[in-house]
Each structure stands twice: as structure tokens, then as C-alpha cells.
Design a protein around this ligand. Sequence first.
Ligand code: DLL
Length: 435
Amino acid sequence: MSIYYQKDIETMDPEKLRDLQSKRLCELVKYVYSRQHFYQSKFDEIGIKPSDIKSVDDIKKLPFTTKDDLRENYPFKLLAVSLSEVAEIHASSGTTGKPTVVAYTNNDLKLWGEVMARAIVCAGGRKGDIIHNGYGYGLFTGGLGVHYGALTGGFPVVPVSSGATKRQIMLIQDFKPRILTCTPSYSLHMAEEAKEMGVDPRELSLEIGIFGAEPWSQSMRKEIEKIWGLKALDIYGLSEIIGPGVAMECPGQDGLHIFADHFFPEVINPATGEHVKEGEDGELVITTLTKEALPLIRYRTRDIVSINYSVCPHCGRTLPRISKVKGRTDDMLIIRGVNVFPSQIEEVLLKIEGVEPHYVLEVDRIGSLDQLTVVVEVNETIFSDEVKEIERLETKIKREIESILNLRVNLRLVEPKTIERSMGKAKRIIDKRIN
Ligand code: DLL
């Protein structure tokens, strides 16, 4: 049984991969220049012609594309094909205003199925393994992305979507899937419901979790692996690029293999736009090398990662690896001059005995000072302890956060199941500041 879905590509000599990427990039710039008015005028504005791009080394000459560009061209102005060639349309829900629309031709859907099949095999999936797919089906790309990968790779898929959680547990008991796909936060909620039903999640058949769509720390991974008794692996993607299936961890849990033959990665300093060095944190920028309906050049994901070009010591894949997403440039809180990513706080919290993996960060402005309040659940035993014990825990948590972030925070310990559970992406920040 191969650990690869497309061995020739996944273990390709890095120089050959670069040649392939260069060839694809040259074709892409011609394609977008002739088909997307948006890119034609952007290229013209800075005086770039498709013939100026001869290899991926020239990618720096090309302009960036941002989420605002997609919004301003709502809904279909960025399409490179006519609507009659579009097979499927998705949209990612923005917090405000209109959603971001993305579209796929039949070839794009085929590509999506292929990269998702690669991802499932990369996670350790074997043909015939049942996938319990708890990502939401609909405009969100999670559900259908996994679905297409399962169809392409030969994995029987249970398209259960999110919600009706107790029924999901029953189906897992009866169908005995080997693979669970859903957001990491929803997997915790599922485990809680299982326990309420008297079912030990560790006794269920699941061996692999393919979790993504939201940031989750290494401590969260440990927690999930302990609760479920499975291997929890990280999957990354975004609707604008294709959906899930842009990058995937192997069981070595040492970075996510980015499918760079289709999605060319760069990591930049978000302030200057310059490349950062290998291993340094920066914003991930992706160029879709082979998409038809809505190809994007140098799309600024706003996700903070680092990149590693060495061969994976665990699985031998030569594709570059990105780190777990450390946060989003737009999720970074700046509290009294200190930069804070929710995942940093998560990492600290979950290492502390008695703390549950459910928390929110409340940001408020008192006078002219920003205040951060960490609201976190603690387990029943702690809650029934004496006040002195609770105070001791409070001091400990505050001290740990302070030592990592160098920032004083307020803390509110709450009872189990106080914080709202999520079926999809968890909402970690409640910003009460008036802008
Ligand atoms: O979340 C696609 C997806 C579905 C990925 C299922 C993985 C699994 P969007 O709704 O467009 O697409 O949101 C994309 O979610 O820019 C990241 O900020 C975040 N994100 C996605 N995967 C991860 C991850 C899907 N593994 C946005 N870790 C991205 C951290 C992630 N953040």
C-alpha cells in the first residue's frame, strides 16, 4: 500500500518541480492577461507583459491580489471563463458585507478531487477507509472538498455535514469509519456529546482525524488526540485558492506538505512585500498555477506561516512544507502595543492541568487602554474546589500568560459548557472596542 497518491509528483526532484512550476507560471500569465480584464489592467499599469515572465524567479515582478480585489469584482467580474463553463460556485462568508465568491470549471473540480485525494492518502488514508465527513456542506468549501477527494481517491464517504451531533455519534458507532473530517473545535464538541451518551470516544473506530479550517495549537492537538485516541492531522486550504487540499500534514506531524505543483507558495513580510528567509514567519502568498475559472496571481492569504524546503524525514515527500498557521494578520490583537495571536494564548492555557479546551478572548477598551480578558472553562473538580484552590489556579494561568506574552490580562474561569460550542469555525475573539 503506497503512502503516496501521486508518487511521481509528491517525491519529484525539487529542480524538476521548479521547471514544472516555471512552465506553468509562464502559461498562467498569458492566460490571465488574455482572459481577466482585472489582470490585464494591473499588468499594464506596472508595465509588465506576459513575455517578461520566464521562470518562477520572475514572480516578484507580478502584482499581488487581495481579498478586496475579489470583493470589488463581486460576484463574477474576475472570472476567466464564461458562465457556461462554470460548474460550481462557492462563497466564503465574510464577517461583514458581501461574501467572497469563487468558481470552478469541471477541470477545477477534478483538480480539487485530486489534491484532496492526495491529502487523505498523505494523512494515512487507505482505499476503502470510510470517511465520516463532519465539515459543513454548502457554500463553505470544507464539506464538498473532502467529498470530492473521497470520490476521487476511493474512500466511501458519509456526507453527514455538521450538526445533529448525537446522531453523528450513533453513525460512527454503526458505520465504523476510520477517518474523521471536521474542524478541530467541532471534534471536541462531538467528543463531549459522545461522553454524554455514555460512549467513550477512544473506543470508537476512528484512527485518523483530518482537521482544519481554523487555527489550532499543538496543545489543542494533544488534547484532541487524548480524547479521541486518534492521530490528529492538520489540513490547510482556503476557498480563494481551491478550498481544503492546499496543504496537508503526514503522520510525522512536522509541517504541512503544500501541493506546490498547483499552488505556488511564497512567504513575505506583510509590511514590505519582500520574501522572508526560509524558516522565518511571514504571510503566505499563493499563485494558482493550473486553475481555469478563477486563477489568482500572488494571492495574499493573510495567514502567518514559515516554509521549509527540505525533504520530509518522515514520508520522503519533496514538496515544501508550511508550518501550522500561527495566526492571521487580521486576527492579530494589538493590546497596549503587544502583538497577540489567539493561538499563543491557547498554547499556554491547554498545558495547564484542569483547564478545558474551550475559551474566548474578550477585548475591550476602558478609557484609552485596551484590556484583554481570557474567559476559559475549567473542569468540574476545580470548580467544586475551595476558593483558595481556584485562586491558586487563576494566579498560575495569569503568570504563565504573562511570561509568554509579557502582557497583563484579566481572567475569568467559568464552569464546563458555559462557552458556546461551534459546529464549524470557532469564534475565539469577542471585540467590544468601538472603532
Ligand atoms: O476553511 C477551507 C478548509 C476547509 C480548509 C476544511 C481546511 C479544512 P475558508 O472558509 O475560505 O476555507 O477559510 C480559509 O481559514 O485563510 C485560514 O485563515 C483558515 N484556515 C484554513 N485551514 C486552516 C488550518 C477553508 N489548517 C481560512 N489552520 C484560511 C489554521 C486555517 N487556519
